[in-house]
Write a protein that binds this ligand. Structure first.
Ligand code: SF4
Length: 333
């Protein structure tokens, strides 16, 4: 597999609105650090799941990779080229975003066919027969060509999501970033959408970056996953290995928090507890220590580095060593 996107030591800081004086003197505005030390790669034809609670920085990471948020430090390389102002146009043409609220992301005044082919109008060249192209794109995502004449409010949640997939694929992008691709859908439709993304990855070689707070979304879809906590990576590795044997207590807690239909396997005691701390007051030491069931005194003082514990598997926890002890979860894998 060759690398499509490389993120190295990425840092993103943002200035807060501040008070009236800060509005007049921008250098006085308080700055918060959203992402810190993010290093990851995405290969061609691979699906990488970025998992974290609200406030973990996963959406900022996606928007930075799309060139919508400026990096404060580190490096982004897309298809072998450093991402800078000169590459933004190419980056925008070769990447696409599927937004969380599919219906709201589609203009209510445009018909589905025009929505799907709009990217050609923006980036050119426009197809000779726009209607035929829309029909082709609809067929690719399992919708009938007649759907091209509908308006977004006439679509079900699953149909709107398929339309947003078709629109994202219009320019044959190398990378699609899907933000909570199953949010708000019935369980059966969720499975259909995830299967569709997997099929498109296989048939068209598209790379997917799936952003979600819900581990179940990436359990069978992602090749690798990266777990974010307060803007730092705490665990990365092949999805099957991470689910079978999580090495970071936060990952284990997220797995334990997944709904399990079998009441005998529910382990509420292991589920994640408490709120994610605010970015303005990052805890000292390991930033997960206030919620970690395995915290030790060392954790309150010293932040563990992200280190490789097996090929392709990195973890940031004092307990994570090559032969780390099994962490309990409520799932039988
Ligand atoms: Fe828990 Fe300590 Fe590991 Fe942090 S370093 S995850 S507090 S055991």
């Amino acid at each position: 597999m060759n690398v499509l996107y490389e993120v190295s030591d990425l840092r993103v800081d943002m200035a807060l609105p501040g008070d009236l004086l800060s509005a007049l003197l921008p250098f006085r505005r308080p700055v918060i650090n959203i992402l810190n030390g993010i290093t990851l790669t995405l290969n061609r034809g691979e699906t990488l799941g970025i998992v974290g609670e609200s406030g973990s920085g996963k959406t900022t990471l996606a928007r930075t990779m799309l060139g919508l948020v400026p990096a404060s430090g580190g490096q982004l390389r897309f298809d072998g080229e450093t991402v800078g102002p000169a590459q933004i146009r190419r980056l925008r043409r070769e990447t696409a975003m599927m937004f969380q609220d599919a219906v709201a992301s589609l203009s209510p005044r445009m018909r589905v066919g025009d929505l799907i082919t709009e990217p050609f109008v923006i980036h050119g060249p426009a197809p000779a027969n726009r209607q035929a192209r829309a029909g082709e794109m609809l067929a690719r995502v399992g919708l009938p060509p007649a759907m091209a004449d509908r308006y977004p409010h006439e679509l079900s949640g699953g149909q709107a999501r398929r339309v947003s997939v078709a629109r994202a694929l219009a320019l044959d992008p190398a990378l699609v970033i899907a933000d909570e691709p199953t949010a708000g859908l019935d369980v059966s439709i969720q499975g259909e959408i995830l299967n569709l993304l997997s099929d498109l990855k296989e048939s068209r070689g598209v790379s997917f970056l799936i952003i979600t707070h819900n581990l179940a979304v990436v359990r069978n879809t992602a090749d690798r996953i990266a777990i974010l906590y307060l803007g730092r990576l705490v665990e990365t590795g092949p999805a099957a290995e991470v689910f079978a044997r999580p090495a970071h207590p936060y990952t284990a807690s997220l797995i334990a928090s997944e709904p399990d239909p079998d009441p005998r396997r529910r382990r509420a005691d292991l589920a994640i507890k408490g709120e994610i701390p605010g970015l303005l007051r990052r805890p000292k030491g390991c930033e997960f220590h206030s919620r970690c069931p395995r915290a030790m005194s060392l954790c309150r003082e010293t932040r563990p580095a992200l280190r490789e514990i097996a090929p392709g598997r990195s973890v940031s926890c004092h307990l994570a060593v090559p032969d780390f002890p099994d962490l309990p979860t409520n799932r039988a894998n």
